[in-house]
Write a protein that binds this ligand. Structure first.
Ligand SMILES: Nc1ncnc2c1ncn2[C@@H]1O[C@H](COP(=O)(O)OP(=O)(O)OP(=O)(O)O)[C@@H](O)[C@H]1O
Length: 236
């Protein structure tokens, strides 16, 4: 059984947490409490710890010290065997899309569903159609990733992240490889699907134009610490 630590309306709960890569401490005294359904940016200079924080949230690196719970899983006591259950509650989107290049869009999505325990072929087909519909990519089901543009590949990656109805979407610079117009489209899409699915989103970005276009709350990594601010404060 996963270690449950349900914290009411909060999907992310870190208290006095230390984030470290191997023996290198990246962030200390992290207090972060993000409500269900909330959208927030993750900002900070290169090397400030954004990816390390995200990796801790999805169980890729262990919590070095302090308390942390994500979607009801206790990060301090998380066992390797519990990581797949945690990941099923999360959707993860990367800058470089990370689609499997040797198979079609449909087979990419099928792979994830089968790997996360889905067996009913009819339900699998239905779910693939639903997520592709929600990102406007239903007609691309039989395409190979290399036949799609960057923006289309990211739409598929977002569809993939939605497959298991995540409570939290973690996105590590999802628009970093896209032109400004496509970035805006992807951002609008991410916000819409998160709202439709009542999922919270933490999105790492360097793109201040986008932050200006879509203002909101931001988690900032700076000088080994984490703070939360309104993005409008960045442009005062
Ligand atoms: N595997 C690792 N082993 C040791 N130190 C690491 C490792 N990965 C990252 N670091 C260090 O941890 C710090 C934070 O890195 P991290 O990748 O979290 O930064 P970031 O804010 O995501 O940067 P960027 O915006 O460039 O992706 C950096 O000083 C980096 O050198």
């Amino acid at each position: 059984m996963p270690h449950r630590n349900d914290s009411g309306d909060q999907i992310i709960n870190l208290s006095n947490a230390t984030i470290a890569q191997k023996n290198f401490t990246v962030l200390t005294n992290v207090d972060l409490h993000i409500q269900k359904g909330k959208f927030c940016y993750l900002i900070g200079k290169t090397g400030s710890g954004k990816s390390s924080l995200l990796k801790t949230l999805y169980g890729h690196i262990p919590l070095a010290s302090g308390k942390g719970s994500i979607a009801g899983f206790d990060l301090a006591t998380l066992k390797t065997s519990e990581i797949p259950s945690l990941r099923r509650k999360l959707g993860i989107v990367f800058q470089d899309f990370q689609l499997l290049s040797d198979r079609t869009v449909e087979k990419n999505l099928n792979f994830v569903l089968e790997a996360t325990g889905w067996t009913d072929k009819t339900k699998i087909t239905e779910r693939i159609n639903e997520v592709l519909e929600s990102v406007g990519m239903k007609t691309k089901k039989h395409k190979m990733p290399h036949e799609l543009s960057g923006g289309e590949q990211q739409r598929i990656a977002i569809a993939r992240a939605l497959l298991n109805h995540p409570q939290l979407i973690l996105a590590d610079e999802p628009t970093g490889n896209l032109d400004p117009e496509t970035s805006n489209e992807i951002m609008g899409l991410l916000k819409r699907v998160a709202l439709e699915n009542n999922a919270a989103v933490v999105m790492a970005t360097h793109d201040y134009h986008m932050i200006q276009n879509f203002p909101g709350e931001a988690i900032r990594c700076e000088d080994g610490k984490v703070s939360v601010l309104e993005t409008t404060e960045l442009f005062e």
